[in-house]
Design a binder for this molecule. Structure first.
Ligand code: CTP
Ligand SMILES: C[C@](O)(CO)[C@H](O)COP(=O)(O)O
Length: 230
């Protein structure tokens, strides 16, 4: 008998959203009339209603979140855990809820336009190959590296831009996160790689943007309509 996949996702929404501005942290601001975070959570539920969803939130925003869920009649089942000082610490808190025999994804709450196709590609590849899997897209601009005295061109064909969800065998990811913090970590793959895990790249999606600035926030309703009409 084929064993049932035990899948979980940690959606990190423990940040302050300072670069996006606004009265509320960006993860609670509306897109298409509903809080951003409801879209992100729903994307995983739509992918597979059996997936366990752990949402990391700033401790001080937990009451606001339960009020928003009530107001918007948002009932997708999820577990809430408190955020930490950095994204690393928020993921680490989320991992406390996950057991070692699962396949676990980590996804930014600020990437609400992730599709079922992309989520499936990442989870299926991690399950089949028992390695870390991250989605990437091509750089379309020319790129230069600062040298100290000036700058030099870089071959952009050698570069990939990294997205989430980043998916791993949970036992390995938990050990990586227990190995300790390094300020150079910018994502989960960098933590896992430092611990020696292999990372496989899969094709990401240009629509899977991370909402970071007020400009992204202003574009979000347009993206929402675009994705809804596909
Ligand atoms: N201590 C933190 C910091 C970030 N995040 C989450 O990690 C994701 C990517 O981070 P980013 O887009 O940088 O969000 P913020 O840290 O909130 O933004 P800013 O740096 O502008 O304050 C977001 O979903 C954010 O909520 C988190 O869970 N805990
Ligand atoms: C995890 C990430 O979204 C991959 O591109 C990115 O590194 C997060 O960076 P941030 O500075 O925490 O927004």
């Amino acid at each position: 008998m084929i064993p049932e996949k035990k899948q979980s996702v940690i959606i990190v929404a423990g940040g302050k959203g300072l670069r996006a501005g606004g009265e509320l942290p960006k993860q609670f601001q509306p897109i298409g009339g509903e809080p951003m975070l409801t879209h992100t959570i729903k994307a995983f539920y739509d992918y597979d209603y059996r997936i366990r969803i752990v949402v990391v939130l700033p401790e001080e925003a937990q009451l606001l979140w339960s009020q928003l869920c009530e107001e918007h009649r948002f009932s997708v089942p999820h577990t809430v855990v408190p955020g930490g000082e950095t994204r690393f610490h928020s993921v680490k808190n989320g991992l406390e809820e996950i057991s070692a025999d699962e396949i676990v994804g980590v996804h930014d709450g600020a990437r609400p336009f992730v599709t079922s196709g992309l989520i499936g590609r990442c989870f299926d590849t991690a399950f089949e190959n028992q390695c870390g899997v991250i989605p990437v897209v091509d750089e379309v601009n020319s790129v230069r590296q600062l040298t100290g005295t000036g700058s030099r061109m870089v071959d952009r064909k050698q570069l990939k831009l990294v997205q989430t969800p980043q998916v791993f065998p949970a036992g390995e990811l938990k050990k990586s996160y227990e190995a300790g913090f390094d300020p150079s970590f910018t994502d989960d793959a960098s933590v896992a790689e430092k611990w020696g895990m292999g990372i496989q790249l899969v094709e990401g999606e240009v629509t899977n943007i991370k909402i970071t600035t007020p400009f992204d926030m202003a574009l979000a309703d347009y993206y929402y309509q675009l994705m809804a009409n596909r």
